[in-house]
Design a protein. Structure first.
Length: 587
Protein backbone atom coordinates (compact mmCIF):
# COMPACT_ATOMS: atom_id res chain seq x y z
CA UNK A 1 0.00 0.00 0.00
CA UNK A 2 1.24 3.48 -0.82
CA UNK A 3 -0.09 6.42 1.12
CA UNK A 4 -0.72 9.63 -0.76
CA UNK A 5 -3.28 12.38 -0.37
CA UNK A 6 -6.96 11.71 -1.02
CA UNK A 7 -8.03 14.48 -3.41
CA UNK A 8 -11.39 13.23 -4.63
CA UNK A 9 -13.40 10.56 -2.79
CA UNK A 10 -14.42 7.18 -4.11
CA UNK A 11 -12.86 3.84 -4.86
CA UNK A 12 -11.57 2.96 -8.29
CA UNK A 13 -10.16 -0.38 -9.36
CA UNK A 14 -8.67 -1.23 -12.70
CA UNK A 15 -5.67 -1.22 -14.97
CA UNK A 16 -3.33 1.73 -14.88
CA UNK A 17 -2.66 3.83 -17.93
CA UNK A 18 0.47 5.84 -17.43
CA UNK A 19 0.89 9.08 -19.33
CA UNK A 20 4.39 8.39 -20.57
CA UNK A 21 7.13 10.09 -18.67
CA UNK A 22 9.62 7.27 -19.03
CA UNK A 23 13.12 7.60 -17.75
CA UNK A 24 15.45 5.76 -20.09
CA UNK A 25 18.59 4.12 -18.98
CA UNK A 26 21.18 3.59 -21.71
CA UNK A 27 24.92 4.17 -22.02
CA UNK A 28 26.58 7.34 -23.40
CA UNK A 29 27.29 5.70 -26.74
CA UNK A 30 29.75 7.48 -29.07
CA UNK A 31 29.94 6.93 -32.80
CA UNK A 32 32.67 6.87 -35.33
CA UNK A 33 32.89 9.73 -37.83
CA UNK A 34 32.47 7.17 -40.57
CA UNK A 35 29.15 6.08 -39.08
CA UNK A 36 27.70 9.58 -38.87
CA UNK A 37 25.68 9.27 -42.08
CA UNK A 38 24.22 5.95 -40.95
CA UNK A 39 23.43 7.44 -37.54
CA UNK A 40 21.54 10.32 -39.18
CA UNK A 41 19.63 7.78 -41.26
CA UNK A 42 18.66 6.01 -38.02
CA UNK A 43 17.48 9.32 -36.56
CA UNK A 44 15.38 10.17 -39.63
CA UNK A 45 13.90 6.66 -39.62
CA UNK A 46 12.97 7.09 -35.98
CA UNK A 47 11.33 10.43 -36.75
CA UNK A 48 9.38 8.95 -39.67
CA UNK A 49 8.13 6.04 -37.55
CA UNK A 50 7.20 8.37 -34.68
CA UNK A 51 5.26 10.62 -37.05
CA UNK A 52 3.37 7.73 -38.62
CA UNK A 53 2.52 6.49 -35.17
CA UNK A 54 1.32 9.90 -33.98
CA UNK A 55 -0.79 10.31 -37.15
CA UNK A 56 -2.31 6.93 -36.47
CA UNK A 57 -3.13 7.76 -32.84
CA UNK A 58 -4.52 11.09 -33.97
CA UNK A 59 -6.90 9.43 -36.44
CA UNK A 60 -7.98 6.93 -33.79
CA UNK A 61 -8.66 9.65 -31.26
CA UNK A 62 -10.56 11.73 -33.80
CA UNK A 63 -12.81 8.78 -34.56
CA UNK A 64 -13.29 7.57 -31.02
CA UNK A 65 -13.30 10.77 -29.01
CA UNK A 66 -13.47 13.74 -31.31
CA UNK A 67 -11.63 15.95 -33.78
CA UNK A 68 -10.90 18.53 -31.16
CA UNK A 69 -9.19 16.12 -28.79
CA UNK A 70 -7.11 14.70 -31.62
CA UNK A 71 -5.49 18.08 -32.25
CA UNK A 72 -3.36 17.57 -29.13
CA UNK A 73 -1.25 15.37 -31.35
CA UNK A 74 -0.65 18.16 -33.85
CA UNK A 75 1.51 19.72 -31.18
CA UNK A 76 3.46 16.47 -30.96
CA UNK A 77 3.97 16.38 -34.72
CA UNK A 78 5.06 20.02 -34.60
CA UNK A 79 7.79 19.18 -32.11
CA UNK A 80 9.19 16.54 -34.47
CA UNK A 81 9.28 19.22 -37.15
CA UNK A 82 10.57 21.96 -34.90
CA UNK A 83 13.88 23.22 -36.33
CA UNK A 84 15.19 24.36 -32.95
CA UNK A 85 14.67 20.98 -31.33
CA UNK A 86 15.98 19.08 -34.35
CA UNK A 87 19.01 21.35 -34.80
CA UNK A 88 19.93 20.70 -31.20
CA UNK A 89 19.82 16.93 -31.76
CA UNK A 90 21.76 17.12 -35.01
CA UNK A 91 24.39 19.42 -33.62
CA UNK A 92 25.04 17.14 -30.61
CA UNK A 93 25.53 14.25 -33.03
CA UNK A 94 27.67 16.20 -35.46
CA UNK A 95 29.85 18.06 -32.99
CA UNK A 96 30.14 15.59 -30.16
CA UNK A 97 29.81 12.33 -32.11
CA UNK A 98 27.12 11.05 -29.82
CA UNK A 99 24.68 8.33 -30.86
CA UNK A 100 21.24 9.49 -32.01
CA UNK A 101 19.45 8.33 -28.84
CA UNK A 102 22.01 10.06 -26.62
CA UNK A 103 21.57 13.29 -28.58
CA UNK A 104 17.79 13.03 -28.43
CA UNK A 105 17.86 12.46 -24.69
CA UNK A 106 20.19 15.42 -24.15
CA UNK A 107 17.99 17.66 -26.29
CA UNK A 108 14.88 16.57 -24.39
CA UNK A 109 16.59 17.21 -21.05
CA UNK A 110 17.72 20.62 -22.20
CA UNK A 111 14.33 21.81 -23.44
CA UNK A 112 12.34 20.19 -20.65
CA UNK A 113 14.72 21.75 -18.14
CA UNK A 114 14.24 25.15 -19.76
CA UNK A 115 10.44 24.90 -19.68
CA UNK A 116 10.38 23.43 -16.20
CA UNK A 117 12.38 26.34 -14.85
CA UNK A 118 9.64 28.71 -15.90
CA UNK A 119 7.20 29.23 -13.09
CA UNK A 120 4.39 28.82 -15.48
CA UNK A 121 2.12 25.82 -15.54
CA UNK A 122 1.39 26.18 -19.24
CA UNK A 123 5.09 25.99 -20.07
CA UNK A 124 5.49 23.03 -17.75
CA UNK A 125 2.76 21.32 -19.72
CA UNK A 126 4.69 21.97 -22.92
CA UNK A 127 7.68 20.31 -21.27
CA UNK A 128 5.50 17.25 -20.82
CA UNK A 129 4.69 17.26 -24.56
CA UNK A 130 8.39 17.38 -25.43
CA UNK A 131 9.11 14.53 -23.03
CA UNK A 132 6.31 12.52 -24.52
CA UNK A 133 7.45 13.01 -28.12
CA UNK A 134 11.08 12.53 -27.19
CA UNK A 135 10.29 9.27 -25.46
CA UNK A 136 8.38 8.06 -28.47
CA UNK A 137 11.39 8.84 -30.63
CA UNK A 138 13.70 7.09 -28.19
CA UNK A 139 11.49 4.04 -28.31
CA UNK A 140 11.97 3.86 -32.08
CA UNK A 141 15.70 4.42 -31.83
CA UNK A 142 16.18 1.87 -29.09
CA UNK A 143 13.31 -0.42 -30.05
CA UNK A 144 13.09 -1.71 -26.52
CA UNK A 145 9.79 -0.79 -24.99
CA UNK A 146 6.41 -2.04 -26.02
CA UNK A 147 4.09 0.62 -27.35
CA UNK A 148 1.53 1.75 -24.82
CA UNK A 149 -1.83 1.74 -26.57
CA UNK A 150 -4.20 4.50 -25.57
CA UNK A 151 -7.04 2.90 -23.67
CA UNK A 152 -9.89 4.33 -25.67
CA UNK A 153 -12.05 1.27 -25.61
CA UNK A 154 -11.73 0.29 -21.98
CA UNK A 155 -11.76 2.00 -18.63
CA UNK A 156 -8.48 2.75 -16.90
CA UNK A 157 -6.94 4.59 -14.00
CA UNK A 158 -4.91 7.47 -15.30
CA UNK A 159 -1.46 7.78 -13.76
CA UNK A 160 0.64 10.85 -14.42
CA UNK A 161 3.41 12.84 -12.92
CA UNK A 162 1.04 15.75 -12.56
CA UNK A 163 -2.18 17.11 -14.03
CA UNK A 164 -2.68 20.77 -14.70
CA UNK A 165 -6.08 22.46 -15.12
CA UNK A 166 -5.48 22.59 -18.87
CA UNK A 167 -4.79 18.84 -18.88
CA UNK A 168 -8.10 18.34 -17.19
CA UNK A 169 -9.80 20.56 -19.71
CA UNK A 170 -8.11 18.82 -22.66
CA UNK A 171 -8.28 15.19 -21.70
CA UNK A 172 -11.35 13.17 -22.40
CA UNK A 173 -11.72 11.47 -19.06
CA UNK A 174 -14.89 9.59 -19.92
CA UNK A 175 -13.03 6.27 -19.57
CA UNK A 176 -11.06 7.31 -16.52
CA UNK A 177 -12.11 5.38 -13.42
CA UNK A 178 -9.69 7.28 -11.27
CA UNK A 179 -6.63 9.52 -11.25
CA UNK A 180 -3.25 9.16 -9.62
CA UNK A 181 -0.50 11.77 -9.77
CA UNK A 182 2.89 12.07 -8.20
CA UNK A 183 2.59 15.82 -7.68
CA UNK A 184 -0.21 18.28 -6.94
CA UNK A 185 -2.18 19.51 -3.95
CA UNK A 186 -5.65 18.78 -2.65
CA UNK A 187 -6.84 22.26 -3.57
CA UNK A 188 -5.10 22.34 -6.95
CA UNK A 189 -7.59 23.00 -9.69
CA UNK A 190 -7.07 19.53 -11.14
CA UNK A 191 -8.24 18.14 -7.80
CA UNK A 192 -11.20 20.50 -7.70
CA UNK A 193 -12.20 19.45 -11.22
CA UNK A 194 -11.84 15.76 -10.37
CA UNK A 195 -14.20 16.23 -7.44
CA UNK A 196 -16.63 18.07 -9.69
CA UNK A 197 -16.56 15.16 -12.11
CA UNK A 198 -16.86 12.61 -9.32
CA UNK A 199 -13.61 10.88 -10.31
CA UNK A 200 -11.65 9.39 -7.38
CA UNK A 201 -8.18 10.93 -7.21
CA UNK A 202 -5.08 10.25 -5.12
CA UNK A 203 -2.05 12.51 -5.45
CA UNK A 204 1.28 13.18 -3.82
CA UNK A 205 2.97 9.82 -4.44
CA UNK A 206 6.30 11.41 -5.38
CA UNK A 207 9.17 9.59 -3.71
CA UNK A 208 6.86 7.02 -2.14
CA UNK A 209 6.79 4.32 -4.81
CA UNK A 210 9.32 1.50 -4.76
CA UNK A 211 9.00 1.27 -8.52
CA UNK A 212 7.05 3.42 -10.95
CA UNK A 213 3.47 2.37 -11.67
CA UNK A 214 3.37 0.89 -15.15
CA UNK A 215 0.66 0.78 -17.74
CA UNK A 216 -1.25 -2.45 -17.20
CA UNK A 217 -0.57 -2.70 -13.46
CA UNK A 218 -3.78 -3.48 -11.64
CA UNK A 219 -4.36 -0.76 -9.09
CA UNK A 220 -6.90 0.15 -6.48
CA UNK A 221 -7.23 3.74 -5.35
CA UNK A 222 -9.17 4.99 -2.40
CA UNK A 223 -9.70 8.71 -2.85
CA UNK A 224 -11.14 9.09 0.63
CA UNK A 225 -8.23 7.52 2.50
CA UNK A 226 -5.64 8.65 -0.05
CA UNK A 227 -4.16 5.19 -0.60
CA UNK A 228 -3.09 3.27 -3.67
CA UNK A 229 -2.58 -0.51 -3.89
CA UNK A 230 -0.49 -1.76 -6.79
CA UNK A 231 -1.13 -5.31 -8.03
CA UNK A 232 -2.96 -6.32 -4.83
CA UNK A 233 -3.78 -9.96 -4.00
CA UNK A 234 -7.22 -11.44 -4.64
CA UNK A 235 -8.30 -11.04 -1.01
CA UNK A 236 -7.69 -7.30 -1.04
CA UNK A 237 -9.41 -6.93 -4.41
CA UNK A 238 -12.47 -8.64 -2.97
CA UNK A 239 -12.38 -6.46 0.13
CA UNK A 240 -12.31 -3.31 -1.98
CA UNK A 241 -15.00 -4.62 -4.29
CA UNK A 242 -17.29 -4.86 -1.28
CA UNK A 243 -16.24 -1.44 0.01
CA UNK A 244 -16.91 0.04 -3.38
CA UNK A 245 -20.30 -1.60 -3.47
CA UNK A 246 -21.12 -0.07 -0.08
CA UNK A 247 -19.90 3.31 -1.23
CA UNK A 248 -22.11 3.17 -4.32
CA UNK A 249 -25.08 2.18 -2.17
CA UNK A 250 -24.38 5.10 0.13
CA UNK A 251 -24.33 7.40 -2.88
CA UNK A 252 -27.67 6.03 -4.00
CA UNK A 253 -29.14 6.62 -0.54
CA UNK A 254 -27.73 10.12 -0.45
CA UNK A 255 -29.47 10.81 -3.73
CA UNK A 256 -32.77 10.53 -1.86
CA UNK A 257 -31.79 13.65 0.08
CA UNK A 258 -31.61 15.84 -3.02
CA UNK A 259 -34.91 17.59 -2.38
CA UNK A 260 -34.71 17.62 1.42
CA UNK A 261 -33.69 21.00 2.92
CA UNK A 262 -30.41 20.96 4.85
CA UNK A 263 -31.95 21.63 8.25
CA UNK A 264 -30.39 20.64 11.57
CA UNK A 265 -32.27 18.65 14.19
CA UNK A 266 -33.05 21.97 15.93
CA UNK A 267 -34.36 23.75 12.86
CA UNK A 268 -31.38 25.73 11.53
CA UNK A 269 -31.27 25.67 7.70
CA UNK A 270 -28.18 26.00 5.55
CA UNK A 271 -28.33 26.71 1.81
CA UNK A 272 -25.98 24.27 0.09
CA UNK A 273 -24.78 25.63 -3.22
CA UNK A 274 -22.52 24.36 -5.96
CA UNK A 275 -19.12 25.48 -7.19
CA UNK A 276 -19.03 25.14 -10.96
CA UNK A 277 -16.73 26.06 -13.78
CA UNK A 278 -18.84 25.31 -16.84
CA UNK A 279 -22.40 24.87 -18.05
CA UNK A 280 -21.61 21.20 -18.51
CA UNK A 281 -22.01 20.79 -14.76
CA UNK A 282 -25.54 22.16 -14.59
CA UNK A 283 -27.23 18.75 -14.79
CA UNK A 284 -25.26 17.64 -11.77
CA UNK A 285 -26.09 20.87 -9.94
CA UNK A 286 -29.79 20.13 -10.36
CA UNK A 287 -29.45 16.39 -9.69
CA UNK A 288 -27.69 17.06 -6.40
CA UNK A 289 -30.36 19.50 -5.28
CA UNK A 290 -28.08 22.52 -4.95
CA UNK A 291 -29.87 25.63 -3.78
CA UNK A 292 -27.89 27.78 -6.17
CA UNK A 293 -24.43 28.32 -7.63
CA UNK A 294 -22.32 29.90 -4.92
CA UNK A 295 -19.22 30.12 -7.08
CA UNK A 296 -18.99 30.11 -10.85
CA UNK A 297 -15.27 30.00 -11.63
CA UNK A 298 -15.36 31.80 -14.97
CA UNK A 299 -11.69 31.42 -15.80
CA UNK A 300 -12.30 28.03 -17.40
CA UNK A 301 -14.30 29.81 -20.06
CA UNK A 302 -11.11 31.63 -20.96
CA UNK A 303 -8.95 28.51 -21.03
CA UNK A 304 -8.28 25.98 -23.71
CA UNK A 305 -8.62 28.45 -26.59
CA UNK A 306 -6.47 30.95 -28.48
CA UNK A 307 -8.18 34.25 -27.77
CA UNK A 308 -10.33 36.03 -25.22
CA UNK A 309 -13.99 35.02 -25.26
CA UNK A 310 -16.11 37.83 -26.68
CA UNK A 311 -18.87 39.51 -24.67
CA UNK A 312 -21.56 37.70 -26.64
CA UNK A 313 -20.10 34.28 -25.98
CA UNK A 314 -19.69 34.96 -22.28
CA UNK A 315 -23.18 36.40 -22.02
CA UNK A 316 -24.61 33.26 -23.59
CA UNK A 317 -22.87 31.05 -21.02
CA UNK A 318 -23.86 33.19 -18.03
CA UNK A 319 -27.40 33.50 -19.35
CA UNK A 320 -27.73 29.72 -19.68
CA UNK A 321 -26.66 29.26 -16.05
CA UNK A 322 -29.00 32.00 -14.85
CA UNK A 323 -31.97 30.63 -16.78
CA UNK A 324 -31.34 27.03 -15.69
CA UNK A 325 -31.15 28.06 -12.03
CA UNK A 326 -34.35 30.12 -12.22
CA UNK A 327 -34.77 32.15 -9.03
CA UNK A 328 -31.90 30.39 -7.28
CA UNK A 329 -28.83 32.59 -6.86
CA UNK A 330 -25.89 32.36 -9.24
CA UNK A 331 -22.71 34.04 -8.04
CA UNK A 332 -20.45 34.72 -10.99
CA UNK A 333 -16.88 35.33 -9.98
CA UNK A 334 -14.91 37.55 -12.29
CA UNK A 335 -11.79 36.21 -13.94
CA UNK A 336 -9.33 34.63 -11.51
CA UNK A 337 -6.29 33.72 -13.57
CA UNK A 338 -2.70 33.66 -12.47
CA UNK A 339 -1.48 31.31 -9.76
CA UNK A 340 -1.92 27.83 -11.23
CA UNK A 341 -4.34 29.01 -13.94
CA UNK A 342 -2.83 30.55 -17.04
CA UNK A 343 -4.05 31.61 -20.45
CA UNK A 344 -1.95 30.84 -23.49
CA UNK A 345 -2.86 34.05 -25.25
CA UNK A 346 -2.28 36.52 -22.42
CA UNK A 347 1.37 36.68 -21.67
CA UNK A 348 1.58 36.79 -17.94
CA UNK A 349 4.99 37.84 -16.68
CA UNK A 350 7.35 35.20 -15.38
CA UNK A 351 7.11 35.34 -11.66
CA UNK A 352 8.97 33.86 -8.73
CA UNK A 353 5.75 33.60 -6.73
CA UNK A 354 2.76 33.47 -9.07
CA UNK A 355 0.29 33.05 -6.21
CA UNK A 356 1.54 36.32 -4.77
CA UNK A 357 1.74 38.02 -8.10
CA UNK A 358 -0.21 39.28 -11.05
CA UNK A 359 -3.47 37.47 -10.35
CA UNK A 360 -7.24 37.74 -10.37
CA UNK A 361 -8.61 41.24 -9.62
CA UNK A 362 -5.11 42.66 -10.06
CA UNK A 363 -5.21 41.61 -13.71
CA UNK A 364 -8.79 42.80 -14.12
CA UNK A 365 -7.99 46.25 -12.76
CA UNK A 366 -4.95 46.42 -15.02
CA UNK A 367 -6.72 45.09 -18.12
CA UNK A 368 -9.87 47.19 -17.84
CA UNK A 369 -10.93 46.32 -21.39
CA UNK A 370 -11.02 42.65 -20.56
CA UNK A 371 -12.74 43.28 -17.21
CA UNK A 372 -15.44 45.54 -18.62
CA UNK A 373 -16.28 43.01 -21.31
CA UNK A 374 -16.83 40.39 -18.65
CA UNK A 375 -18.86 42.73 -16.44
CA UNK A 376 -21.09 43.68 -19.35
CA UNK A 377 -21.72 40.01 -20.10
CA UNK A 378 -22.57 39.28 -16.45
CA UNK A 379 -24.82 42.34 -16.21
CA UNK A 380 -26.69 41.32 -19.34
CA UNK A 381 -27.21 37.83 -17.89
CA UNK A 382 -28.60 39.39 -14.69
CA UNK A 383 -31.78 40.15 -16.63
CA UNK A 384 -32.47 36.42 -16.92
CA UNK A 385 -32.13 35.19 -13.35
CA UNK A 386 -30.80 35.82 -9.87
CA UNK A 387 -27.24 36.75 -10.82
CA UNK A 388 -24.66 38.28 -8.47
CA UNK A 389 -21.11 39.43 -9.11
CA UNK A 390 -18.11 38.49 -7.00
CA UNK A 391 -14.56 39.85 -7.15
CA UNK A 392 -11.69 37.45 -6.41
CA UNK A 393 -8.55 38.10 -4.39
CA UNK A 394 -9.58 41.45 -2.98
CA UNK A 395 -7.04 42.78 -0.50
CA UNK A 396 -8.26 46.33 0.09
CA UNK A 397 -11.27 48.57 -0.13
CA UNK A 398 -9.57 50.56 -2.90
CA UNK A 399 -9.70 47.54 -5.18
CA UNK A 400 -13.43 47.14 -4.53
CA UNK A 401 -14.03 50.79 -5.33
CA UNK A 402 -11.95 50.63 -8.51
CA UNK A 403 -13.76 47.50 -9.65
CA UNK A 404 -17.13 49.09 -8.86
CA UNK A 405 -16.18 52.13 -10.93
CA UNK A 406 -15.67 49.94 -13.97
CA UNK A 407 -18.92 48.15 -13.14
CA UNK A 408 -20.66 51.51 -13.07
CA UNK A 409 -19.23 52.36 -16.51
CA UNK A 410 -20.46 49.03 -17.84
CA UNK A 411 -23.92 49.72 -16.41
CA UNK A 412 -24.03 53.17 -17.96
CA UNK A 413 -23.00 51.79 -21.34
CA UNK A 414 -25.72 49.15 -21.26
CA UNK A 415 -28.26 51.73 -20.21
CA UNK A 416 -27.32 53.97 -23.13
CA UNK A 417 -27.54 51.00 -25.45
CA UNK A 418 -30.94 50.14 -23.95
CA UNK A 419 -29.86 46.63 -23.11
CA UNK A 420 -31.78 45.24 -20.12
CA UNK A 421 -29.95 44.27 -16.92
CA UNK A 422 -30.46 44.39 -13.17
CA UNK A 423 -29.12 47.74 -12.01
CA UNK A 424 -29.32 46.60 -8.39
CA UNK A 425 -27.23 43.54 -8.97
CA UNK A 426 -25.55 42.45 -5.74
CA UNK A 427 -21.78 42.70 -5.61
CA UNK A 428 -19.71 40.67 -3.20
CA UNK A 429 -16.09 39.83 -2.57
CA UNK A 430 -14.09 36.72 -1.91
CA UNK A 431 -12.44 36.80 1.47
CA UNK A 432 -9.33 34.84 0.61
CA UNK A 433 -6.47 37.21 1.33
CA UNK A 434 -5.70 37.67 5.05
CA UNK A 435 -5.79 41.46 4.64
CA UNK A 436 -9.39 41.26 3.45
CA UNK A 437 -10.35 39.11 6.44
CA UNK A 438 -8.65 41.53 8.79
CA UNK A 439 -10.43 44.57 7.32
CA UNK A 440 -13.67 42.68 6.83
CA UNK A 441 -15.48 45.35 8.86
CA UNK A 442 -14.45 48.01 6.31
CA UNK A 443 -15.29 45.88 3.29
CA UNK A 444 -18.63 44.86 4.75
CA UNK A 445 -19.78 48.47 4.61
CA UNK A 446 -19.37 48.66 0.84
CA UNK A 447 -20.30 45.24 -0.50
CA UNK A 448 -23.45 43.13 -0.46
CA UNK A 449 -21.95 39.82 0.63
CA UNK A 450 -18.81 37.89 1.52
CA UNK A 451 -17.75 34.49 0.35
CA UNK A 452 -14.81 33.02 2.22
CA UNK A 453 -12.35 31.31 -0.10
CA UNK A 454 -10.61 29.01 2.31
CA UNK A 455 -8.36 27.46 -0.35
CA UNK A 456 -6.40 30.64 -0.77
CA UNK A 457 -7.03 32.01 2.70
CA UNK A 458 -5.34 28.97 4.26
CA UNK A 459 -2.35 29.16 1.91
CA UNK A 460 -1.84 32.87 2.52
CA UNK A 461 -2.41 32.82 6.27
CA UNK A 462 -0.06 29.91 6.79
CA UNK A 463 2.37 30.85 3.99
CA UNK A 464 1.98 27.36 2.54
CA UNK A 465 1.74 27.02 -1.25
CA UNK A 466 -1.47 25.07 -1.91
CA UNK A 467 0.14 23.38 -4.93
CA UNK A 468 3.27 22.12 -3.25
CA UNK A 469 2.87 18.52 -2.12
CA UNK A 470 6.15 18.52 -0.21
CA UNK A 471 4.63 20.89 2.33
CA UNK A 472 1.08 19.59 2.02
CA UNK A 473 1.19 18.47 5.66
CA UNK A 474 1.52 22.14 6.63
CA UNK A 475 -1.54 23.16 4.62
CA UNK A 476 -3.88 23.02 7.55
CA UNK A 477 -7.42 24.43 7.35
CA UNK A 478 -7.88 23.60 11.02
CA UNK A 479 -5.00 25.74 12.22
CA UNK A 480 -6.15 27.96 15.12
CA UNK A 481 -5.11 31.01 13.06
CA UNK A 482 -7.56 30.02 10.31
CA UNK A 483 -10.37 29.49 12.79
CA UNK A 484 -9.77 32.89 14.33
CA UNK A 485 -9.81 34.60 10.95
CA UNK A 486 -13.00 32.80 9.97
CA UNK A 487 -14.72 33.97 13.13
CA UNK A 488 -13.37 37.49 12.73
CA UNK A 489 -14.81 37.66 9.20
CA UNK A 490 -18.19 36.19 10.16
CA UNK A 491 -18.47 38.57 13.13
CA UNK A 492 -17.73 41.59 10.92
CA UNK A 493 -20.30 40.49 8.34
CA UNK A 494 -22.88 39.97 11.03
CA UNK A 495 -22.23 43.36 12.62
CA UNK A 496 -22.80 45.01 9.26
CA UNK A 497 -25.70 42.74 8.39
CA UNK A 498 -24.38 41.24 5.21
CA UNK A 499 -24.54 37.54 4.40
CA UNK A 500 -21.38 35.47 4.48
CA UNK A 501 -20.85 32.12 2.86
CA UNK A 502 -17.89 29.78 2.49
CA UNK A 503 -16.89 28.53 -0.96
CA UNK A 504 -13.45 26.98 -0.48
CA UNK A 505 -12.98 23.24 -0.39
CA UNK A 506 -13.26 23.32 3.40
CA UNK A 507 -16.99 23.97 2.94
CA UNK A 508 -17.31 20.42 1.62
CA UNK A 509 -15.23 18.81 4.36
CA UNK A 510 -17.42 16.78 6.70
CA UNK A 511 -15.20 17.58 9.66
CA UNK A 512 -15.90 21.30 9.27
CA UNK A 513 -19.69 21.05 9.59
CA UNK A 514 -19.78 21.84 13.35
CA UNK A 515 -17.64 24.93 12.65
CA UNK A 516 -20.06 26.30 10.06
CA UNK A 517 -23.10 25.53 12.21
CA UNK A 518 -21.36 26.87 15.29
CA UNK A 519 -20.49 30.12 13.51
CA UNK A 520 -24.06 30.37 12.27
CA UNK A 521 -23.16 30.18 8.56
CA UNK A 522 -26.30 29.84 6.49
CA UNK A 523 -24.72 29.38 3.06
CA UNK A 524 -22.04 26.97 1.93
CA UNK A 525 -20.85 26.45 -1.63
CA UNK A 526 -18.86 23.38 -2.56
CA UNK A 527 -17.92 20.79 -5.15
CA UNK A 528 -21.13 19.28 -6.44
CA UNK A 529 -20.17 15.82 -5.25
CA UNK A 530 -19.92 17.00 -1.64
CA UNK A 531 -23.37 18.56 -1.37
CA UNK A 532 -25.38 15.50 -0.37
CA UNK A 533 -22.80 14.20 2.08
CA UNK A 534 -22.67 17.55 3.82
CA UNK A 535 -26.45 17.68 3.83
CA UNK A 536 -26.59 14.24 5.39
CA UNK A 537 -24.26 15.45 8.10
CA UNK A 538 -26.23 18.65 8.74
CA UNK A 539 -29.47 16.68 9.02
CA UNK A 540 -27.93 14.74 11.88
CA UNK A 541 -26.41 17.74 13.67
CA UNK A 542 -27.76 20.30 16.10
CA UNK A 543 -26.92 23.98 15.64
CA UNK A 544 -27.05 24.71 19.38
CA UNK A 545 -24.76 21.80 20.10
CA UNK A 546 -22.27 23.07 17.47
CA UNK A 547 -22.45 26.58 18.88
CA UNK A 548 -21.65 25.13 22.28
CA UNK A 549 -18.62 23.43 20.75
CA UNK A 550 -17.09 26.69 19.55
CA UNK A 551 -15.64 27.66 22.95
CA UNK A 552 -14.03 24.27 23.16
CA UNK A 553 -12.56 24.65 19.65
CA UNK A 554 -11.28 28.15 20.32
CA UNK A 555 -9.64 27.02 23.53
CA UNK A 556 -7.54 24.50 21.56
CA UNK A 557 -3.92 25.42 21.13
CA UNK A 558 -3.18 23.16 18.17
CA UNK A 559 -4.95 21.99 15.07
CA UNK A 560 -4.47 18.39 16.26
CA UNK A 561 -6.63 19.17 19.27
CA UNK A 562 -9.20 20.89 17.03
CA UNK A 563 -9.32 17.98 14.60
CA UNK A 564 -9.64 15.50 17.44
CA UNK A 565 -12.77 17.27 18.68
CA UNK A 566 -14.17 17.54 15.15
CA UNK A 567 -13.50 13.87 14.49
CA UNK A 568 -15.49 13.01 17.58
CA UNK A 569 -18.40 14.95 16.15
CA UNK A 570 -18.24 13.57 12.63
CA UNK A 571 -21.65 12.71 11.29
CA UNK A 572 -21.46 10.66 8.17
CA UNK A 573 -22.30 7.32 6.59
CA UNK A 574 -25.45 6.71 8.65
CA UNK A 575 -28.16 8.43 6.77
CA UNK A 576 -30.56 10.75 8.49
CA UNK A 577 -33.86 9.44 9.79
CA UNK A 578 -35.86 11.39 7.26
CA UNK A 579 -34.19 9.42 4.54
CA UNK A 580 -33.70 5.87 5.77
CA UNK A 581 -36.06 5.54 8.68
CA UNK A 582 -33.07 4.08 10.52
CA UNK A 583 -31.27 5.17 13.65
CA UNK A 584 -29.15 8.32 13.75
CA UNK A 585 -25.54 7.86 14.70
CA UNK A 586 -22.27 9.61 14.54
CA UNK A 587 -19.49 7.42 13.25
C1 LIG B 1 -10.65 29.72 -2.75
O1 LIG B 1 -9.55 30.27 -2.86
O2 LIG B 1 -11.05 29.19 -1.68
C2 LIG B 1 -11.55 29.64 -3.91
C3 LIG B 1 -12.76 29.18 -3.78
O3 LIG B 1 -11.07 30.04 -5.11
P1 LIG B 1 -10.09 29.19 -6.04
O4 LIG B 1 -10.00 27.80 -5.46
O5 LIG B 1 -10.68 29.21 -7.41
O6 LIG B 1 -8.80 29.94 -5.93
MG1 LIG C 1 -9.13 31.54 -4.55
Amino acid sequence: MVEGIGASPGIAMGKAFVIPAWEWDFPEKMIDVADLAYEFERLYDGIRCSKTEIEHIKTEIAALIGEEESTIFDAHLAILEDPIFMNEVQSIMQRQYKAAEVAVREAIDKFVGMFDLLDDQYMKDRALDIKDVGNRLLKHLLGKLEETALPLDQPYILVAKELSPSHMAHLDLSQALGLVTMLGGKTSHAAIMARAMGIPYVLGLEGKLQRPIQTGDYIIIDGEEGVVHINPDAKLVEEYRQRKQKWLQLREKLQELADVPATTTDGFTVQLEANISSVKELDQVILNGASGVGLFRTEFLYMDRDSLPKEEEQFEVYRQVAVRLGQKPVIIRTLDIGGDKNLDYISLPEEENPFLGYRAIRISLDRKDLFKTQLRAILRASHYGNVKIMYPMISSLIEVRQANQILEQAKNELENEQIPFNRNIEVGVMIEVPAAAIVADLLAQEVNFFSIGTNDLVQYVLAVDRMNESIAHLYDPYHPAVLRLLKHTVDAARRHRIPVSVCGEMAGDLRAVPIWLGLGITELSMSIQSILRIKNSILQSGQAESAGLMDELFACKTSEAIVEILNRHLRQEMLAKSCTGGEQHGT
